[in-house]
Design a binder for this molecule. Structure first.
Ligand code: NAD
Length: 246
């Protein structure tokens, strides 16, 4: 159960993959879902396909003017923001000898700076009502395991958690929580691009024997975004089919 039947949830990067899975689960649970994505057409299509009240907002999460405009648009329309899922992220690979400072900046901007900006945009509205649920999409890569070719990505996904722990403390006096979900290998378009050989290697390394689905992540996020999870903050929830157990 979420904050009543009418929780208002912003999901960034919701036009594809894991974000879309989160959006679907929250919409099915009765939330009003704001599909926030840099891909405007895909955002609109996704919003049209979700159940219940939805809104599509084009946004580049690395731009503070755009993240502020996103929060304002949502509050203008619905009067509040109950849930923020800061999920937008990119994962281009580059081995260390090819990793440029531009590659580094792109990944850190989209994956980490975006979290600061989305949280700063939504937090005043949450503080005004002394209620909020913020869920970040981190990864097992970085905080728990390393993947050659993804040093910048691993750094970004670990950095999100450092941000989360301090931010969670700063807002803990209100009923506002900040948690993170750590997906393992989840079947999305981005992962498909890595090829069948990669996918087979991944399946072999996962005790459950299959890749996860965007909905698997959506259900974990729905728990952290629920009213009942109010005593859980600054926590990480690993959803990886047991991949990090061995
Ligand atoms: P995806 O490429 O399918 O979806 C990402 C979405 O983010 C896209 O719709 C894209 O348009 C949007 N986006 C990209 N840059 C943006 C920007 N600047 N502003 C707004 N929107 C932007 O990727 P995915 O696999 O669903 O990954 C989503 C999140 O999950 C990422 O943070 C990723 O790091 C994380 N993750 C994915 C996996 C996996 O196995 N797929 C595992 C662990 C963590």
């Amino acid at each position: 159960r979420m904050t009543g039947d009418d929780a208002v949830a912003i999901v960034t990067g919701a036009a594809s993959g894991i974000g879309r899975g989160i959006a679907e689960v929250l919409a099915n649970e009765g939330a009003t879902v704001v599909v926030a994505d840099i891909d405007e057409d895909a955002a609109r299509e996704t919003a049209d396909e979700l159940s219940g009240e939805t809104m599509a907002v084009p946004v580049d999460v690395t731009d503070p003017d755009e993240t502020n405009a996103l929060a304002e648009a949502v509050v203008d329309e619905y009067g509040r923001i109950d849930i923020l899922c800061a999920n937008a992220g990119i994962y281009p690979s580059a081995p260390l000898n090819e990793l440029s400072t531009d590659d580094w900046d792109d990944v850190l901007d989209v994956n980490v700076k975006s979290v600061l900006l989305s949280v700063q945009a939504c937090l005043p509205h949450m503080k005004a009502r002394e209620y909020g649920r913020i869920v970040l999409t981190s990864s097992i890569t970085g905080p728990m395991v390393g993947y050659p070719g993804w040093a910048h990505y691993g750094a970004s996904k670990a950095a999100m958690l450092g941000f989360m722990r301090t931010a969670a403390m700063e807002v803990a006096d209100a009923d506002i929580t900040i948690n993170a979900v750590l997906p393992g290998n989840i079947r999305t378009g981005g992962l498909d691009d890595l090829g069948e050989e990669y996918l087979d290697r991944m399946r072999a390394s996962i005790p459950k024997g299959t890749l996860g689905t965007p909905e698997d992540i959506g259900h974990a996020v729905a728990y952290l975004a629920s009213e009942e999870a109010g005593y859980v903050t600054g926590a990480t929830l690993v959803v990886d089919g047991g991949q990090t157990l061995p």
